[in-house]
Design a protein around this ligand. Structure first.
Ligand code: AMP
Ligand code: MG
Length: 324
């Protein structure tokens, strides 16, 4: 059974905002495509986004905020970003910026990266929802992984499992129907990561040069923080071994479920009860924590290959891959 979309009345927007604050998922219209939103401070709610979409990998998500002032509380806007925000927000431009330290965003939103992608959408229903929810909203497109982005509430209802989300706010078809343009706005020049609703010509008028960066594929951020340096994804500096059931004493343990009998070493348990949603929410914080210890390497216990386990194992595999 699919979920019946709710008309975007003030009352329904208020209800949707309550769902977001309570850690549930809400699909909502923007001028580009429909978004599948969750409170970006709530790791388990963000993990549910990946589960609902059936995404086999954790790629970083865009956070949505109602205005530039709020954007400044979560990200650092340099001179270039401020100019672009003044010209294109609210609108179809997403900027990758440095994350503000000490913020309370879930590590899963940015997939462990020190940067964060931020957008102020122009759709009145999206803006009203963001104001009422009063929290940063992580939202990829509201469709199953590998399917086209949903541009009507009926698409969302047909594509996503009714049990996965609390509500679909319906405000008719999206005006643009293509995703936002994503740029890296941390340096002196705009680096285009994904073409979209805002054209390169429009960006160039405000920013001067637009460098065509590595494309941001749907399978992961390919942001260049400086030429020659590919900041494709977060991985711990220490070597990591997967599917370890008997860790050595010189290894820190990334645990899942019950600890191995008698183990007394350094440990971070992703989920003592073996819950994949909780494990996904804790994954990047856990890797970072163990990376900061003095042990030589990290041993990750087996994580089952179902549901969110696919994305967790994908990330562990990348962390385990030999690096130069
Ligand atoms: P979607 O949520 O499906 O519209 O996709 C968002 C895209 O934004 C991802 O595929 C990433 O490539 C890109 N993105 C989000 N956050 C970052 C980031 N911190 N650095 C680079 N790219 C990002
Ligand atoms: Mg998408």
């Amino acid at each position: 059974m699919s979920l019946t979309p709710a008309p975007s009345t003030d009352e329904n927007i208020e209800r949707a905002a309550g769902h977001l604050r309570a850690g549930r998922l809400v699909a909502f219209p923007t001028e580009t495509v429909y978004g599948l939103g969750a409170d970006a401070r709530n790791g388990e709610a963000v993990a549910e986004i990946f589960a609902a979409k059936g995404r086999p990998a954790f790629n970083p998500l865009i956070i949505h905020v109602p205005d530039v002032e709020t954007a400044r509380t979560w990200a650092e806007l340099g001179a270039l970003a401020e100019r672009l925000a003044a010209a294109f927000w609210p609108g179809g431009l997403t900027m990758v910026l440095n994350k503000r330290v000490g913020g309370e965003l879930s590590e899963l939103v940015s997939a462990g990266l020190p940067s964060i992608a931020v957008r102020v959408p122009a759709h009145p229903v999206a803006l009203s929802l963001l104001r009422k929810a009063n929290c940063p909203v992580a939202a990829p497109s509201a469709n199953r992984s590998g399917h086209v982005s949903a541009t009507t509430a009926a698409h969302v209802a047909a594509d996503l499992d009714a049990a996965a989300l609390a509500m679909i706010l319906d405000d008719g078809p999206c005006a643009f129907g293509v995703e936002s343009t994503i740029i890296d706005a941390r340096g002196d020049a705009v680096q285009l990561l994904r073409p979209g609703a805002v054209t390169i010509e429009a960006l160039a008028k405000v920013a001067g040069t637009v460098v065509k960066g590595a494309s941001a594929s749907s399978h992961g951020a390919m942001a260049r923080s400086s030429p020659g340096q590919l900041e494709s994804h977060y991985a711990p500096a220490k070597p990591l071994m997967m599917n370890v059931t008997q860790p050595r004493p010189d290894q820190a343990l990334l645990a899942f479920g019950a600890l191995p009998e008698g183990y007394a070493g350094e440990v971070y348990n992703l989920s003592p009860s073996g819950n994949l949603t909780e494990a996904a929410a804790n994954l990047f914080a856990g890797l970072r924590r163990l990376d900061e210890t003095t042990v030589k390497s990290i041993a990750a216990m087996p994580v089952p290959m179902d549901g969110l386990g696919l994305a967790i194992n994908d990330r562990l595999k990348r962390a385990a891959a030999p690096r130069s």
